[in-house]
Design a binder for this molecule. Structure first.
Ligand code: MTE
Length: 445
């Protein structure tokens, strides 16, 4: 029993290059025991009995020893007025990729996908992408203006906005540059860096359509809107009116509370299915126009270099994509036996219909379980049971969305897009499992 429980352990060692010495010690010494205990809690009483008997036979009397937390008075309520994770979870952090950008204010921090469950990203672990740093904007002084081709231009306070009818919906946000470092043959070590410009939250706010109606947008000539942020980067993006009226939200809420400052407090645009750059943070202005605005963030930046020297502008939708988060790069399997392969799938065109998983580099595929809820333009958790026989394996996942679009292999994507792109890399990700159990990032086909 001990062996099986150990073998089901998910993360036993993290890659050292991205951890400081204290973190390495914590991860490599404590993780095994911790995982055993977590498995135990999850497995319930029957397994717990079997486990404790097994440990007793092994000569580990831990289960029989009274622990301080069972024999002393706990801390009072509200001694942590805003609850924080356990001190034993201090390694689960968003992290900056060393050397990725020259200035930290114009950079990225990545979500630690390898350590998360389900589909919701805790707000404090939501990835960050700022062009000119983040600000803690005073909501009392923040305004949203709607102007351009409207009957009545208006300026809204936060109080005005929060009196209007609201919606709450779960959506993923993925930066168009997610997995950018995988376009060539450069392979970064962990899923946090390959796919961690990805998060999913429940967002709350006013449908943009309500505000456009309120201002009387020009139904004939108002074909586009421009969204503008209040930070120093003057982030601006054009959005087609059809999409703006569909499911775009002017959001102030994230996972049941106000947005975090790093994610646009007090107001950001939520543009479901569309690359992160259009989700303008610290949103201060919406202008209605009759043509695309040709802003710097859509004509110079965030363009896709194609083969033959051409480039694509105004690309927006994040096509179907998936990644196995456990086991994934930098982790080590602790022995042969049963593992639950687990990962995330998403599509900017709607719901995920199916995820297939291969353990032999794409020769054979099995259909994974989709865990509920399976929502449109949200992350979907999938899992598949796997018995590892100790021989080298290559793990892959392949998503199909409700339009029947199938996530491509890297070679298929490169055949169309070339190798000079940065954005919109939705290729199948491969993780190689060595006989030692070590998992690493490899590029296959
Ligand atoms: N909005 C403003 N005002 N300033 C920015 O720098 N970055 C954009 C977008 N909105 C940005 C912005 C980019 S490139 C992305 S990927 C997302 O915000 C990231 O959102 P997050 O930091 O909440 O993860």
């Amino acid at each position: 029993m001990t062996k099986i429980l150990e073998a089901r352990g998910r993360i036993v060692r993290a890659p050292e290059s991205f951890l400081d010495r204290e973190q390495i010690a914590a991860v490599s010494s404590g993780r095994r025991d911790f995982l055993r205990q977590a498995m135990l809690a999850a497995a319930g009483a029957t397994a717990a009995t079997a486990f404790s008997e097994a440990r007793a036979e092994d000569g580990d009397p831990a289960i029989l020893q009274p622990q301080p937390w069972s024999t002393s008075l706990g801390k009072p309520v509200a001694s942590a007025p805003y609850g924080m994770p356990s001190k034993y979870e201090k390694n689960l952090l968003r992290r900056e990729s060393p050397g990725l950008t020259r200035v930290s204010a114009a950079s990225v921090s990545f979500t630690p996908l390898q350590g998360l469950f389900g589909i919701i990203t805790p707000s404090g672990l939501h990835f960050e992408r700022h062009h000119q740093g983040w600000q803690d904007v005073d909501p009392a002084r923040h305004r949203l203006m709607i102007n351009g081709l409207v009957r009545t231009p208006k300026v809204y306070t936060m109080d005005d906005l929060m009196r209007l009818p609201s919606v709450s919906r779960m959506h993923f946000i993925e930066c168009g540059a997610n997995s950018a470092m995988e376009w060539g043959n450069v392979a970064v070590p962990t899923v946090q860096y390959t796919h961690g410009m990805l998060s999913c939250s429940e967002f709350t706010g006013v449908p943009l359509s309500v505000l456009l109606e309120d201002c009387g947008y020009d139904r004939k000539n108002g074909l586009y809107v421009l969204a503008e942020g209040a930070d120093g980067s003057s982030m601006t993006r054009t959005i087609a009116m059809e999409r703006a009226l569909d499911d775009v939200i002017v959001a102030y809420g994230q996972n049941g509370e106000m947005l975090r400052p790093e994610n646009g407090y007090p107001l950001r645009l939520v543009v479901p299915g569309v690359q992160g750059v259009s989700w303008v943070k610290w949103l201060r202005r919406i202008e209605v126009g009759d043509q695309p605005f040709g802003a710097k963030d859509e004509t110079l930046h965030y363009i896709d270099l194609m083969p033959g020297g051409q480039h694509r502008q105004y690309s927006s939708i994040q096509e179907a994509k998936s990644v196995i988060t456990t086991p994934s790069g930098g982790q080590t399997l602790v022995g042969q036996g049963s593992y639950a392969i687990s990962g995330l799938a998403w599509s900017g065109r709607g719901a995920i219909r199916r995820v297939d998983v291969s353990v032999d580099g794409g020769r054979n595929w099995r259909t994974a379980r989709l865990e509920s809820p399976v929502l449109s333009k949200a992350l979907t958790r999938f899992s598949l049971d796997w018995v590892w026989d100790g021989s080298p394996a290559i793990l892959q996942s392949r998503a199909t969305d409700e339009t029947n679009y199938v996530q491509p292999k890297a070679a298929q994507l490169r055949a169309v897009r070339g190798t000079r792109s940065i954005y919109h890399n939705n290729a199948i990700q491969s993780w190689a499992v060595a006989a030692s159990g070590e998992v690493s990032n490899v590029q296959v086909g």
